[in-house]
Design a protein around this ligand. Sequence first.
Ligand SMILES: Cc1cc2nc3c(=O)[nH]c(=O)nc-3n(C[C@H](O)[C@H](O)[C@H](O)COP(=O)(O)OP(=O)(O)OC[C@H]3O[C@@H](n4cnc5c(N)ncnc54)[C@H](O)[C@@H]3O)c2cc1C
Length: 403
Amino acid sequence: MSKRILVIGAGFAGMWSALSAARLLDHVGRNDVEIALVAPEPELHVRPRLYEQNPNGMKAPLQEIFKAVGVRFVQGRVEHIDVANREVSIAGVGADTSRQRIGYDRLVLAAGSRLFRPQISGLDQHAFNVDQVADAAQLEAHMHGLASRPKSAARNTVVVAGAGFTGIETAAELPARLREVLGEDATVNVIMVERNAAIGPDLGEGPRPVIKQALTELGVTWKLGSGVAAIDAKGVTLESGERIEADTVVWTAGARASELTAQIPAERDNFGRLYVDRNLKVKGVEGVFATGDCAYAATDDDGNFAMMSCQHAMNLGRSAGHNVAADLVGEAPIPYSQPKYVTCLDLGPWGAVYTEGWDRKVKMTGGVAKALKTRINTEWIYPPSADRAEAFALADPQRIVVA
Ligand SMILES: Cc1cc2nc3c(=O)[nH]c(=O)nc-3n(C[C@H](O)[C@H](O)[C@H](O)COP(=O)(O)OP(=O)(O)OC[C@H]3O[C@@H](n4cnc5c(N)ncnc54)[C@H](O)[C@@H]3O)c2cc1C
């Protein structure tokens, strides 16, 4: 192999980048380019499902599909990106303490995002979250342990910090999950705390009445207009001074792009995402593409930009993979375009709400929307089967998923 495309990350964007790059190389008959993908595990972690039960089960293996399309998997964690010398340093994971350097001709940065943890007293020590598989598993183990604690209102209370997308989905699940642990007759309290004046501040007016109705029927309450000031083992103190006694606090407020984005000498947005052009090449940096939650990418010509979402990460991945390979072998790029934007918000046992457009017009609610959410979460976002032809068909950057 004389050339190498290196993809960092095996999430939605990284997986689809690798498959799409392999697809283009196959189509143009180039077998002198290696596609290597580096990640801690050869598996896709299905982060959009981590508010559900059994987070340890939210992983999909990738080794077979990578084998089928000829992607080399490199196990490890990238620590350093040397853009000038086109090389990355990789540390082994777990018991593997080795270090290695791998050069690249083209790089795709698809290392995703992490939960935003502001400097709030007690946040790191006392708050749970549903950001990564291990985090969500820790919350689940803690919840199972509640049953063996002495009965108290605090034991039966969960504070969900943040009433955005993840906070709402998490809160909607919790009353039923608490009752499963504490008994069907237990009085449980799930309280969302949101600094903004409205639930779902970024979700807009459209779906808000449905969200409020669902949460009310599920018994979830909320406190608006005051953020969390401090967290300790016994609960939270709000900026207003109000105190909520709770054995469980779940922090859900925001995400930031992987810290690896800071190693690329280029402009980033407030979330740490790299500014990319329409082909997803990082602006001003030769040979480097960014995708998924690492990219600040225009979705259309109307001024809309990709959200940190699985919906965008999958298409961004297919585009980045095609374009990085096209750039390397001198084929035409296909500019990233994803004009249709939808939202499907899980509202626990109540159902879901589905909206269309950037102004989020409600199109479906309740059980019908929940059926769609279930399909999205159990079928559409999972990797394709380990079949080369099928994977290449699905990796087409021009495939329209949401019509
Ligand atoms: C609880 C929750 C609910 C969500 N719900 C929805 C939803 O309903 N709809 C929706 O569209 N989106 C949702 N999202 C957002 C969605 O999960 C992310 O936007 C999506 O995962 C981004 O995909 P990605 O491939 O860019 O990054 P990720 O999925 O984060 O994948 C990043 C990959 O990079 C790897 N990596 C990280 N650092 C390194 C390193 N240093 N070296 C090597 N590899 C590295 C990781 O191990 C992983 O394989 C939700 C997220 C959460 C946490």
